[in-house]
Design a protein around this ligand. Structure first.
Ligand code: ADP
Ligand code: GLC
Length: 489
């Protein structure tokens, strides 16, 4: 191919404009890293107010509808602040113009029309690859992220002349994107797509399964998760489908945007530091302890958590191990929101020991940086973790990860056991069983190492030197795209 291959990146959130978790971070950074690999990359996003309003240099590319339950649909092309790539935004006010979260209302209930909202996203993506939405830019390859973009691959595969290749990335297999069979006509899907070897999942349609079934290649966000999801334990009922497509499945570890997550330049930190000025981290810790009302005690091991509070994240394991850790003198700084039972558990511990436990139930980007920057340890005790980003951020800030050996956590943290401490390769603390006891043992190893300042600093330096930049990840995607786009022999 002489000119750069045209790649469309499709997803439901993007940092810094709209983010609920790691997916937003990935869509905020990977597309730009792909430009550095030599591709002509554009984005396709739903026109929520957070994306429609700041769009500038707007061109109206195409008018559609009525379709997908919307009377009018405009496909716009423009620029978004903080994002260096051209973005197609779907302007369909009746589907996207509402306050709050992309997926749920302010009671946490899924928007009733999510199937139409994200079905349209997939349909527009496919037609940007078929060439009938924007005649001046036809995507050679459509790359959809998570169930929200799962139908893109399906519309392409069901088209008689699919002129475009597709990649589907699973960021989290636990979200199936279910919809009722009755919606097939609304989603412009044929009845015969609804079968066990199609998009059906236990009597409903699944946008996640649609992506898995029809994409030319499937990726997930770490090599270990790519192996795990072929098993019943992690497969969420889709392990059979995934095993059948094992040859098309690739595990590509996420990267970190070190422009945003860098302790030397991070404007959210009161005190900045780097591997050469490691002693300054103590001041960042003291500032965090003060801000959160914890005892300003340099000797207390400060454990940070920045997380959705869900079953996935294993926060219940941490809460059960916490009384013993507090007795050892440790502290907890937790930022998150989600499950009411977990929030209540956190609140009870904070009320009982306010100088040792501080919890904030909010989405707070500056505080996330301060906790990741100022804590000694970042805890990610997940039951499953496709990649996990906060442990990667922690590494760069010398905040040692305390993680369970699953998914991307297993791929990114080297346990500080005797061998790795001697070899100088240790970067954190890893445990195996999803039990409070296993977590406690690993956390106690952290408490003990923290008491030996020189040993702790050695591991910190090693952690800070790890390089998980996006360029490495993007080169793997680039190789995959080139393979898919190569003329077939
Ligand atoms: P997941 O995508 O499963 O939630 P990741 O570790 O991949 O987990 O990414 C989580 C992202 O969301 C990180 O950027 C983290 O800092 C951020 N985050 C999670 N909870 C909060 C919160 N309450 N406030 C601010 N940022 C948060
Ligand atoms: C998902 C996963 C998380 C991953 C993120 C970005 O939300 O839960 O492990 O890091 O997507 O890929």
């Amino acid at each position: 191919m002489t000119s750069a291959a045209r790649i469309l990146q499709v997803g439901a959130e993007i940092f810094p404009l709209i983010k609920t978790g790691g997916l937003g971070d990935v869509l905020g950074a990977l597309p730009q890293a792909l430009v550095r690999q030599g591709f002509d990359v554009r984005l396709l996003l739903p026109g929520y107010p957070a994306l429609r309003q700041p769009l500038t240099d707007v061109q109206q590319v195409c008018t559609l509808g009525p379709a997908f339950g919307a009377a009018s649909i405009e496909i716009l092309l423009g620029r978004l602040p903080g994002i260096a790539l051209p973005a197609y935004v779907i302007d369909a006010p009746s589907l996207y113009e509402r306050a709050g979260n992309p997926y749920v209302d302010d009671q946490g209930k899924e928007w009733a029309d999510n199937a139409a909202r994200f079905g349209l996203l997939g349909w527009v993506a496919a037609h940007l690859g078929l060439g009938d939405i924007d005649r001046s830019w036809r995507a050679h390859l459509v790359h959809g992220h998570d169930w929200h973009a799962g139908l893109a691959a399906t519309y392409l595969a069901l088209h008689p002349q699919p002129r475009c290749r597709s990649v589907f990335t699973v960021h989290n297999l636990a979200f199936a994107g279910l919809f009722e069979r009755e919606l097939l006509p609304t989603l412009l899907l044929p009845e015969d797509s609804f079968g066990l070897d199609g998009i059906e999942f236990h009597g409903d349609g699944s946008m996640l399964k649609a992506g898995l079934q029809y994409a030319d290649a499937i990726t997930t966000v770490s090599p270990t998760y790519a192996s795990e999801i072929r098993t019943p334990e992690f497969g969420c009922g889709l392990d059979g489908v995934i095993a059948q497509r094992a040859e098309q499945l690739h595990g590509i570890l996420n990267g970190v945007d070190y422009e945003i997550w860098n302790p030397a330049t991070d404007r959210q930190l009161e005190v900045r530091f780097d591997h050469k000025r490691i002693a300054l981290k103590a001041a960042a810790k003291a500032a965090l302890q003060k801000q959160l009302g914890l005892a300003v005690d340099p000797g207390a091991l400060l454990i940070g958590v920045v997380s959705r509070l869900t079953q996935q994240k294993g926060i219940d394991l941490l809460l059960q191990a916490l009384p013993a850790l507090l007795a050892d003198g440790a502290q907890l700084a937790l930022l998150g929101s989600g499950d009411a039972i977990l929030e209540n558990g956190c609140r009870a511990l904070a009320t009982a020991a306010p100088s040792q436990v501080a919890v904030r139930f909010a989405y707070d980007e500056p505080l996330a940086h301060r906790i990741i920057g100022g804590s000694d340890v970042i805890a990610v005790p997940s039951r499953f973790e496709p990649c996990g980003l906060t442990q990667l951020y922690g590494l760069r800030y010398g905040t040692l990860p305390l993680v369970r050996r699953v998914g991307g956590l297993a791929d990114t943290v080297i346990d500080a056991d005797d061998a790795s401490l001697t070899a100088g390769t240790a970067t954190g603390f890893v445990f195996d069983a999803a039990t409070p006891a296993a977590l406690l043992l690993a956390a106690r190893r952290a408490v003990a190492l923290h008491r030996q300042s020189a040993g702790w600093q050695k591991v910190m330096k090693r952690a800070m030197a790890q390089d998980f930049s996006w360029d490495g990840a993007a080169s793997h995607y680039a190789a995959l795209y080139r393979e898919l786009l190569a003329p077939s022999t």
